[in-house]
Design a protein around this ligand. Structure first.
Ligand SMILES: Nc1ncnc2c1ncn2[C@@H]1O[C@H](COP(=O)(O)OP(=O)(O)O)[C@@H](O)[C@H]1O
Ligand SMILES: [Mg+2]
Length: 230
């Protein structure tokens, strides 16, 4: 379980100091699908980056079970991320000079996982594993980044607008692969979106408004990627 307790964060200083997170508390259950939903500029990405240990809050605590990651040194925080979390962003951040296989292997090597070809198969890219990112469609590239993130078998998968650059068909496909893989591997999902329809795929939805949590609700049933509107 991840417990976020009274997180604050500002950018800039003095006159131009701008508070982005204004005291956020929430709990994320293990094995679930939590969605952070809010308008552009509400602070979703900053919150995701802070919960996942990519950025540090100005104050507040973030507990992974009993580990307070805000108390870790920089090297310990880096090691914590390596061992526990995977990321998928709107941009794919693949290395253009490496094949699909090598891009995913990089993720796998972080955890010494030699089973990474199975993850490439699991995102439907077995036939394309020797291709380069430039030879793939946007949806296929995002599936490579899904495989790369999951190849190291993270406990938590953080996604920031993962379908933001994709058309409807390929966007649904990417989300469908992620959810199938969650059933198989059992990781926790934390996803940022501004899209209310996509939020119906989660079990807990955390609404953000101007740097604050404006509401938390539970969906009775998680919809799959082909049941939601777009
Ligand atoms: N590195 C940064 N430096 C200064 N301001 C930032 C930085 N990152 C985000 N912001 C500002 O913080 C606010 C929230 O940004 P963000 O967390 O990216 O929101 P969202 O993901 O909901 O669109 C925005 O007003 C944005 O301009
Ligand atoms: Mg954002």
């Amino acid at each position: 379980m991840i417990k976020v307790r009274d997180i604050t964060k500002s950018y800039g200083s003095g006159e131009s100091r701008f508070p982005v997170l204004k005291g956020i508390s929430l709990t994320i259950e293990e094995g679930g699908f939590a969605v952070i939903l809010g308008a552009s500029g509400s602070g979703k990405s900053t919150l995701l980056n802070t919960i996942s240990g990519l950025e540090r809050p100005d104050s507040g605590r973030i507990l992974y079970d009993t580990t307070d990651i805000t108390a870790l040194s920089d090297p310990a925080l880096t090691e914590f991320r390596r061992a526990n979390v995977g990321f998928i962003f709107q941009q794919y951040y693949l290395l253009p000079n490496l094949s699909v296989d090598k891009n995913v292997k990089m993720g796998a090597d972080l955890a010494g996982n030699r089973e990474y070809p199975a993850v490439i198969e699991a995102v439907g890219l077995g036939e394309k594993r020797h291709k380069y990112p430039g030879e793939l469609s946007g949806g296929e590239q995002q599936r490579v980044s899904v495989a790369r993130a999951l190849a190291k078998r993270p406990k938590i998968l953080f996604m920031d607008e993962p379908t933001g650059a994709l058309d409807e068909e390929t966007g649904r496909q990417v989300l469908d692969y992620v959810c199938r893989l969650q059933k198989e591997y059992g990781f926790t999902i934390v996803m940022v979106t501004h899209n209310q329809n996509i939020a119906e795929m989660g079990d807990t939805v955390i609404r953000m408004n101007s740097g604050k949590v404006s509401g938390i609700y539970t969906n009775e049933r998680r919809k799959n990627a082909y049941e939601i509107g777009w």
